[in-house]
Write a protein that binds this ligand. Structure first.
Ligand code: NAD
Length: 335
């Protein structure tokens, strides 16, 4: 069987990781990545052997910088079966016409609105709903992290209500232009935050309200989660359900911070220190007065990466069973 031809439009924090994760699979391959500027990331992409494409009016600047482009964005899209749009939030929707014109399938990221595709994806929650679709949105890092735990707990015990507080990293580690930073910023101040409705774009039956703030860190987000459940259960029951999720990792053994989680990723020799799984402190899983509480950390740069691979597999109908796709993706990237 020939491999599905995948292009990545926007080779930044998410795009570069999606490109490598796709390239690690045996049923799909990267035919090109696009960059707007011939900067250090473009130079590294070329060094890694990716064909680089750019906007029509930028081809010359790549030539001048000694990183010749293989063609324009339109040329790249023409060669692909599916484009993963990883351009900055709000930019991606402007590319829809380009993809429609070329008749290719496309995935957008969480920075775009649900309405752009009408289908928001999380592998464990709704893989089957993406089968054969032309346009899909993979939800944001925080929404992915919430769906991965809410969905299995809802299937087992029934979720009556979720309340979550999201402590968000200020920006990504390479984003020097947004620092230095010294503040705690309630974001938004007017409540609830948009994260609850975003979870409902994947899991419409879940009652959830969220608050969020930004803090001066670049490593990970942290969520404190509280759920009212339909069925009585113990902390051990919840541990069993979350422990069976391949994209949930229990952290303990003296890991008391996001800094130590990233150290684990480094020690595991994960590419770019990526921690693709939700990191749940199993000791935090508590039932108090009949309600569930726990704490998890989310690696914003990488948790959506395996989800993009699964979304491709569903849309290209390379695998009809979500659990099998998740297993295949995990194995190929080393999760
Ligand atoms: P980024 O800024 O790191 O990368 C975006 C890339 O797109 C860059 O390579 C940039 O050169 C390129 N680009 C800029 N303008 C472009 C244009 N007009 N056309 C084509 N390419 C253009 O952004 P990111 O953090 O990778 O975010 C990409 C998407 O993923 C956004 O929707 C974001 O909300 C979402 N997302 C980000 C994170 C995160 O924490 N970084 C996590 C999950 C989802």
């Amino acid at each position: 069987m020939s491999k599905a031809k995948i292009a990545v439009n926007g080779y930044g924090t998410i795009g570069k990781r999606v490109a490598d994760a796709v390239q690690a699979q045996d049923d799909m391959e990267i035919i090109g990545v696009s960059k707007t500027r011939p900067n250090y990331e473009a130079a590294v992409a070329a060094q890694l052997g990716y064909d680089i494409y750019t906007l029509a009016d930028r081809v010359e600047s790549f030539e001048k910088a000694g990183i010749p482009a293989a063609g324009t964005l339109e040329d790249m899209v023409e060669k692909a079966d599916l484009v993963v749009d990883c351009t900055p939030g709000g930019v991606g929707e402007g590319n829809k016409a380009v993809y429609e014109k070329a008749g290719v399938k496309a995935i957008w990221q969480g920075g775009e609105d649900h309405e752009l595709t009408g289908f928001s994806f999380n592998a464990v929650s709704n893989y089957e709903g993406a089968l054969g679709r032309d346009f899909v949105r993979v939800v944001s890092c925080n929404t992915t992290g919430l769906c991965r735990v809410i969905c299995p707990i809802d299937r087992e015990f029934g979720v009556k209500k979720v309340r979550a507080t999201l402590v968000r990293r200020a920006t990504d580690p390479n984003d020097a232009k947004k620092g230095p930073i010294n503040a705690i910023i309630p974001d938004p101040i007017k409540l609830p935050s948009h994260h609850g409705p975003d979870v409902k774009s994947v899991l419409p039956n879940i009652d959830i309200s969220t608050m969020a703030m930004k803090v001066p860190t670049t490593l990970m987000h942290l969520h404190t989660i509280n759920m009212e459940l339909e069925k009585d259960c113990s902390a051990e029951d919840v541990k069993e359900v979350l422990g069976a999720q391949s994209r949930v990792r229990f952290v303990g053994q003296g890991i008391g911070s996001t800094a130590e989680i990233i150290e684990v990723a480094r020690d595991l020799k994960r590419p770019r220190n990526d921690m693709w799984e939700n990191c749940v402190w199993n000791e935090s899983i508590t039932i108090y007065e009949g309600e569930l509480y726990f704490i998890q950390a989310i690696h914003q740069e990488s948790d959506v990466v395996p989800e993009n691979v699964d979304a491709i597999r569903a849309m290209m109908e390379l695998e009809s069973d979500g659990a099998k796709s998740i297993e295949k993706t995990n194995k190929a990237i080393g999760l």
